[in-house]
Design a protein around this ligand. Structure first.
Ligand code: HAM
Length: 420
């Protein structure tokens, strides 16, 4: 019986894995420029971390978590996102006792049991950043600037930045009551999930993807119109800083985000050309999350980019040419009696940081040259009786098609001259 990868998962094979490495490198370099350093957390955590962190009424917690009992009967969950884990690590290692703000980035697989479609998977990958310990609206602006700079560095310029403020616990409570009053008369028209959660968390109704719910709650009041003075001022400063930085945004009253921890600034990046799942990234402030996870009352802000969706978007960018690294040198071995020497030559080349390979399947000379072409080798080094006996190598520049002979001890410098 043939076993296939589980639904909603996929393999990344070469040369596609090169694309991944390419964009990961650009993103990490950009995050470093902004002072972020990498954190690595486990792929699974205690289930209660996400229940408490992401929120009990969210779709992620109610429907999408990969939760299992381990052999000691502990309830564990494959992480559906990275923020809760960062907060857990911050608290567990008392990192907040050191220099603030703490600026972290992470990347890796996340798991959500959702209906797979283009741009939506059950195992997907995020690159995320989190900054802890500052209420400054300029940090909100900086984090959005980082997101925008990542997109620019990747060559993605056709995006929409949606921005909103979801307020603080004070203005949110007032708004919650107003929203419940608005939803109450139409509650029968809502989906069963929304009917059971609208009193506890009416914002989830606004974020519901089910058409009936969307139809039922038209003309709902916007949280933006009920922000307290502090939240308004914070939001205005974020906006004016972005404007000063030439960053174009759309104020979006419908943006409430699907996770419960957000306060104040919330944002999403959409690239409509990639289809229905157009949200390439999203994030915002979460000033109460560290405290809710057992730490001190310190604020946080961050975002995560969906790597698969970034790759989808990059497929549509003409300047984005395949970043595949082809081979520097193919060593064509003309007789298997030189196999051991060939391995020594390869070792010398690789020690000198020259990317080198050879054939291991007994190809003829002609077939080896074809194979070298396929691998995109820049140079072919021939190794036959002549070469071994005389201590010379024949080097063929596959671009200019020129051929030259070099002494064995000069092979590295000769190759480097061609590659330069
Ligand atoms: P999120 O909006 O749930 O936020 O996910 C961020 C991004 O991950 C989405 O915009 C999307 O690109 C990608 N994504 C989410 N689910 C899937 C899926 N099933 N398949 C493919 N891609 C997906 C968070 O996860 C927050 N932790 C972001 C954050 C960090 N907020 C503050 N700090």
């Amino acid at each position: 019986m043939q076993v296939k990868a589980p639904r909603g998962t996929y393999d990344v094979l070469p040369p596609d894995s090169k694309k991944w490495q390419f964009i990961e490198q650009i993103i990490e370099e950009t995050a470093h420029l902004f002072g972020y350093n990498e954190i690595r957390t486990p792929v699974f955590e205690h289930t209660e971390l996400f229940e408490r962190g992401v929120g009990e009424t969210t779709d992620i917690v109610t429907k999408e978590m990969y939760t299992f009992q381990d052999k000691s009967n502990r309830s564990l969950t494959l992480r559906p996102e990275g923020t809760a884990s960062c907060v857990r690590a911050l608290v567990e290692h008392s990192v907040y006792g050191g220099v603030m703000p703490v600026k972290w980035y992470y990347s890796g697989p996340m798991f959500r049991y959702d209906r797979p479609q283009t741009g939506r998977y059950r195992q997907f990958h995020q690159f995320g950043v989190e900054a802890f310990g500052s209420h400054s609206p300029y940090l909100d602006a900086e984090i959005i600037m980082l997101l925008v700079q990542i997109l620019h560095n990747l060559g993605l310029i056709d995006y929409e930045l949606h921005l909103n403020s979801v307020g603080c616990p004070v203005c949110r409570e007032t708004y919650r009551q107003i929203l419940i009053t608005h939803i109450n008369p139409v509650k029968e028209k809502l989906c069963p999930d929304c009917q059971s959660r609208y009193e506890k968390n009416p914002l989830r109704v606004l974020d519901c993807k089910i058409e009936d719910c969307k139809q039922a709650i038209t003309d709902f009041p916007f949280i933006f119109d009920h922000l307290c003075d502090n939240c308004k001022q914070h939001y205005n400063l974020v906006k004016s800083t972005l404007e000063a930085g030439g960053i174009h945004y759309l104020h979006d009253n419908n943006l409430v985000r699907g996770l419960d921890y957000y306060t104040n600034t919330a944002f999403e990046i959409h690239i409509p050309s990639i289809g229905a799942q157009s949200a390439v990234g999203g994030g915002g402030r979460y000033n109460g999350l560290v405290k809710a996870c057992g730490g001190p009352d310190i604020p946080g802000i961050g975002f995560a980019l969906g790597m698969e969706r970034l790759l989808l978007a990059l497929d549509g960018v003409p300047e984005y040419k395949e970043p595949y690294s082809s081979l520097d040198v193919f060593l064509a071995v003309l007789d298997d009696k030189y196999d051991v020497q060939a391995m020594q030559v390869l070792e010398r080349l690789r020690t000198a940081k020259i990317m080198a390979d050879r054939d291991y399947t007994g190809r003829s000379m002609k077939a080896q040259m074809k194979y070298a072409d396929k691998l995109g080798a820049r140079i072919v080094v021939l190794m036959g009786e002549d070469e071994v006996n005389r201590g010379f190598f024949t080097i063929r520049d596959m671009q200019s098609r020129e051929q030259l002979e070099v002494k064995s001890e000069q092979i590295i410098s000769a190759i480097k001259d061609i590659l330069a």
